[in-house]
Write a protein that binds this ligand. Sequence first.
Ligand SMILES: NC(=O)c1ccc[n+]([C@@H]2O[C@H](COP(=O)([O-])OP(=O)(O)OC[C@H]3O[C@@H](n4cnc5c(N)ncnc54)[C@H](O)[C@@H]3O)[C@@H](O)[C@H]2O)c1
Length: 333
Amino acid sequence: MRVLLTGGAGYIGSHTAVNLISDGNKVLLYDNLSNSDASVINGIAAITGVKPTLIKGDVLDEIGLVNAIEKFKPDAVIHFAGLKSVKESSLKPLEYYSTNVGGIVTLLRAMLKTGVNNVVFSSSATVYDSRQKMPVDENGIVGNAANPYGETKIICEKILADIWRRYSLNVTILRYFNPIGAHPSAMIGENPVYPNNLAPYITEVALGKREYLGVFGNDYPTVDGTGVRDYIHVCDLAEGHSLALKNMDGLKVYNLGTGKGSSVLEVLRAFCNVEERDIPYRIMPRREGDVAELVACCDKAKKELGFAPVYNLTDMARSCLAYARKNFSGKIK
Ligand SMILES: NC(=O)c1ccc[n+]([C@@H]2O[C@H](COP(=O)([O-])OP(=O)(O)OC[C@H]3O[C@@H](n4cnc5c(N)ncnc54)[C@H](O)[C@@H]3O)[C@@H](O)[C@H]2O)c1
């Protein structure tokens, strides 16, 4: 299969590229490199023996997309490109709506023009209304997004469903829970300009780039009072995309998580165990918009796709630390 990956130079895109290439597929990465670096193709080549082509292009550029599609002739597109910081989305809502919503509209136009019929979309657990019982399955209530980022994902899902109704596209929406970790080779991983998520924060503290981890709230109704999320290794998540591509048929929605919740302190403990020492943390007030618990029910992906994550929390922590030690470019703001 030939697969175009918008945002393919990013964290999840690069791991998915490795997975797809290793499975015998051909990939083209299309990315404006606003949150990634072109050198990622060397990491992908070191792991797979195949250096993918990377086109520096914007998903808001319809002509650029059409040209890339006409040249590469993909069977499917996976749309990773987008802005992903929950916090930043409240500060720059228009940028988020423009890139995330504008991006899917432009991509779909380009696909319809060129006759590409299969699209996989990177959605998020943030589409779920958090005021419902966990674990949440795909029939859970969507809405009440706590921030513009979540709202953009809800709108993109609606657009995709409308397009599926009108045209004969196959659309698979993957709702990721909390991807962490890095490829076991430490050749590719997450290298954010500044960390937004828990694992990169802990990693920076472990590496001495930050003094301590701020833990926002320890009075939630959870196992130890800290927030519980469903962490999934990025390589398991990548495999989810390969499985989704093999099962494209109409409109499908899947949760991709592990089905197991872990608290902030449990994740921290996994990192401490790998490091064999304490990593400092401080309890801070709750953060606005944070919820007590967000955990996936992944029965549908298991049953229909054969999705079966294999990595545990220790693997996730170990691979984060190994990647950071090897590659850290430590820009802290
Ligand atoms: N990482 C997570 O925790 C998480 C969770 C749920 C959903 N998602 C979604 O998964 C997708 C991939 O996330 P990621 O963690 O790999 O993020 P990432 O930032 O590492 O990758 C996104 C890529 O898109 C590129 N990009 C951004 N705007 C673009 C544009 N206008 N044109 C072309 N390329 C552009 C960036 O340069 C980057 O390489 C995103 O859509 C994100 O919202 C991520």
